[in-house]
Design a protein around this ligand. Structure first.
Ligand SMILES: Cc1ncc(COP(=O)(O)O)c(C=O)c1O
Length: 435
């Protein structure tokens, strides 16, 4: 046996040391990535419609991002924010606030490492500014796995199970459901959601105790549910009436994925705090919040911080990511390729009764499996679909409370050939499912 093969075996054998808690669909051993494609150890190539859960926004190993990372790594790996300023960090603090969704906001950013940490920072800012204790989030929302972020999460009980007691003063309102039936139903689904908040005000929490509404502009983990556009504006109106802040969790939706820099832009609402993560740095760990300067400045020195927040290499990757998003028109690409993929998927699955909905925005597309008569979720079909796709060398991922939705969230550099490949494989996979 050659040394190369032995080494290859050894590192794969090592997989047994990796904890089971990393819920995975298959044992795949990756070697490298380029654009939307991953090459596995052994040479097989897979079209990655997951982007590592909506992270590799500019594609795997985009040369400009790689170059920025390599150059920065050669200069400095860590310059702690409270000890020194570093140029990529300062530049990102100057540049990113220009993308704040909303008109005329003089925004600032505060950088951290993971999405959960940024969600917590957003809530901490809201509590500190308002001096109020409570947060209202939405059923089906996912905001992370740290102890407080977990308390804000309701997409699946497995994320919370056996960790109780969780933080208190967290309340849940209903999220507007997917709108399949036009403007009337848009109106009523928003009205239902707003009514559920008023019900909370009347029964469980006085609005004067609520620091913030925390909401995903599109439900991610909870099932790729796209609310009607006016939802966030109506939520903001309600928030303003009661001195409540609006926090939008753009961790999954941000950085061009939905065809806008931030999905909140589709609504025309101006949030108070934007939470960012995932695609911000094309794969390097970076997250943060963005808020008006007069809010951010209320965090006095030491009120928040961290060892690694705004890591210099991650900031260099984020700057390169912004350049690539702009220079390669990736936001527009997300919109056009997403529309093409969604249209062809809808046409081709027309006869498949168990595919009850294909929805999304830009390159955030959900395919829902359910019993067409009863509406009962079909997680079995979703799981079979993931494995049929994998057989055809396409990676997709599940989501939804009942794990009956497939999400497509490819890198934003998806090409026309990638769309054709994806389309053919997904259709073939869908048509090979059991009844
Ligand atoms: C909307 C949203 N918020 C928060 C998080 C948590 O981010 P992280 O896993 O980086 O902590 C995620 C991750 O999937 C997310 O999709």
């Amino acid at each position: 046996m050659s040394t190369a093969t032995t080494e290859h075996r050894e590192w794969q054998d090592g997989a047994r040391y990796v904890p089971r808690t990393w819920a995975r669909d298959a044992d795949l051993f990756v070697e490298s990535g380029a654009g939307c494609w991953l090459t596995m150890s052994g040479g097989d190539r897979y079209l990655d419609l997951t982007a590592g859960i909506a992270v590799a926004s500019t594609g795997h190993a985009h040369p400009r991002v790689v170059q920025a990372v390599a150059e920065q790594a050669g200069r400095l790996l860590h310059g702690q924010q409270g000890i020194v300023y570093h140029q990529p960090g300062v530049e990102l603090h100057r540049r990113l606030p220009g993308h704040f969704p909303g008109v005329g906001v003089d925004a600032r950013i505060f950088l951290l490492n993971s999405g959960s940490e940024a969600v917590e920072a957003a809530v901490k800012l809201a509590k500190r500014v308002t001096r109020r204790p409570a947060i209202i989030c939405f059923h089906g929302g996912f905001h992370g796995r740290t102890h407080f972020a977990m308390a804000l999460t309701s997409s699946m009980s497995v994320f919370r199970a056996h960790y109780e007691p969780l933080a208190s003063s967290v309340y849940f309102a209903s999220y507007p459901t997917a709108s399949r039936d036009g403007p009337d139903s848009d109106h009523s689904t928003i009205a239902r959601s707003i009514a559920s908040i008023r019900h909370l005000f009347a029964t469980l929490v006085d609005p004067a105790d609520v620091a913030a509404f925390l909401v995903e502009p599109i439900l991610g983990e909870g099932g790729y549910v796209v609310p009607p556009d006016p939802f966030l504006a109506e939520l903001k109106d309600l928030a303003s009436q009661h001195g409540i802040l609006l926090i939008v969790d753009e961790i999954q939706t941000g950085f061009g994925r939905t065809g806008r820099m931030f999905a909140t832009e589709w609504s025309g609402a101006t949030p108070d705090i934007v939470v960012m993560g995932k695609g911000i740095a094309s794969g390097l760990p970076l997250s943060g919040i963005m808020a008006a300067a007069d809010l951010m400045d209320q965090m006095e020195p030491g009120a928040n911080g961290g060892t690694f927040g705004g890591n210099v290499v991650s900031c260099a990757a984020a700057l390169a990511t912004l350049d690539v998003l702009e220079d390669e028109n990736l936001t527009e690409n997300a919109l056009s390729k997403g529309a093409a993929l969604m249209t062809s998927l809808r046409q081709a699955t027309e006869g498949l009764d168990a595919v009850v909905d294909i929805r999304g925005r830009g390159l955030m597309i959900g395919i829902e499996f359910a019993n067409p008569a009863s509406g009962d979720p079909r997680p079995d079909l979703a799981a079979a679909f993931i494995s049929e796709c994998r057989k055809r060398h396409v990676l997709v991922k599940g989501c939804g409370t009942y794990r009956n939705v497939i999400r497509l969230m490819p890198p934003l550099v998806l090409t026309e050939e990638d769309v054709l490949f994806a389309n053919a494989a997904l259709l073939d996979a869908a048509h090979s499912l059991p009844a």
